[in-house]
Design a protein around this ligand. Structure first.
Ligand code: ADP
Length: 268
């Protein structure tokens, strides 16, 4: 392989392919009659750390899936680095720009932690090729370096299914790191962890994004952690923007209105 993606830094992270400014213009997503996300316009600049907040059913996961290019908007446009997301080829091109950490980590339980991280190297289309690339020492070293950086190097040979929740989440983050996207998306990345572990893993994730100048957009269950660790908070309610502000400008009153039960749509 001659790809320059192999020139990942020695600490296990490929450099972002290009500065990524994420632009949403009048983005709407409907599922049948349900408007999961209303007409939303916003810009996220390279290096920002953004938390999506809002009650269950507000549209946070849908927003992330739209930003990841996993689903297409019903109307409106999403651009990443000046290119329409819908026009980016799935696979390597998209994977070099966007990486998603799903709520359930999406590790393959029967494969080792190392093999799961290697799978991040080429994007999903190259999954089997990335398994073959176990033989490629450079790839292996980059993946090991990522596991080291996340503090789970000693788990490299263990099957993912045998790891604890916290360890699995670290492996999932390591996988995104070696994928090396400019934009990291995470759907409630620490919701399934106990509070102490959650803070530790969130610090790692935000710290990695900050240090590498990557953009991070994550939906967050914990308002307290979101306020502490993210630079910008976006409140979503019934699929619409409730606020979009620097974290220190979000007041307790705004958060109370965001989560108020009154006027909240029922989840379908
Ligand atoms: P959140 O992540 O904030 O809990 P979601 O984005 O999962 O919110 O959901 C927003 C709304 O869209 C909800 O009413 C939900 O039931 C609906 N929804 C989400 N995904 C689908 C789908 N695949 N099919 C039908 N409705 C969906």
């Amino acid at each position: 392989m001659s790809s320059n993606r192999l020139t990942g830094s020695s600490d296990g992270a490929s450099r972002p392919a290009a500065p990524a400014t994420l632009l949403l213009r009048g983005v709407e997503k409907r599922f049948g009659d349900v408007v999961a996300v209303g007409s939303i316009s916003l810009t996220v600049r390279q290096g920002e750390t953004v938390a999506l907040l809002g009650p269950s059913g507000a549209g946070k996961s849908t927003m992330l899936r739209l930003m990841a290019g996993e689903i297409e908007p019903t109307s409106g446009v999403i651009e990443l680095s000046g290119r329409e997301l819908a026009n980016l080829a799935p696979g390597r091109e998209l994977a070099s720009l966007v990486g998603m950490i799903h709520q359930q980590f999406d590790l393959v339980p029967n494969l080792s932690a190392l093999q799961n991280v290697l799978a991040g190297r080429l994007g999903e289309w190259g999954f089997f090729r990335s398994l073959v690339s176990l033989a490629a020492p450079l790839e292996r070293e980059v993946a090991m370096a990522a596991l080291r950086r996340l503090g789970v190097e000693d788990r490299a040979g263990l099957r993912a299914g045998r790891l604890s929740g916290g360890e699995q989440q670290r492996v999932a983050i390591a996988r995104v790191l070696v994928q090396g996207p400019a934009l990291i998306l995470a759907d409630e990345p620490v919701a399934s962890l106990d509070p102490a572990r959650a803070e530790e893993v969130l610090d790692l994730l935000v710290g990695l994004a900050e240090r590498d100048g990557r953009t991070l957009v994550a939906s967050m269950h914990s308002v307290v952690m979101a306020r502490q660790r993210f630079g910008r908070l976006i409140g979503l309610r019934n699929g619409e923007l409730s606020f979009d502000l620097p974290a220190q400008e979000v007041t307790d009153g705004m958060l109370e209105s965001l989560y108020a039960l009154e006027g909240l749509r029922a989840e379908t």
